[in-house]
Write a protein that binds this ligand. Structure first.
Ligand SMILES: [Zn+2]
Length: 95
């Protein structure tokens, strides 16, 4: 079982302002080492792996969440600080 740290996200436009379609994980907040689509994250979660964000010295667990537009996506736990909110992470810059 692995506890992945999400450091960036890919997002798409939908009527509510966009939802996460893929994430980058790794130990370095400025450089993701692996990319996972939301479906891949769901599969990993189903197999017992966990995902989280980290910011301002605090971690937030990341959970499955259905966007208002009906698409399955991800969200960090509601008690998180702004600094570790999944929606506030930088956009991935894949090369
Ligand atoms: Zn959406």
């Amino acid at each position: 079982m692995t506890d992945y740290r999400i450091v960036c996200t890919d997002q798409t436009g939908c009527t509510t302002g966009g939802h996460i379609t893929a994430v980058g994980t790794g130990a370095d907040a400025n450089s993701a080492s692996q990319r996972f689509t939301v479906q891949q994250v769901y599969n990993l979660m189903n197999n017992g792996n966990t995902f989280h964000t980290y910011g301002a010295g605090r971690r937030a667990d990341v959970h499955k969440w259905d966007c208002a537009c009906g698409v399955g996506t991800l969200r960090s736990s509601a008690d998180s600080t702004t600094a570790n909110n999944l929606d506030n992470l930088r956009i991935c810059t894949w090369k």
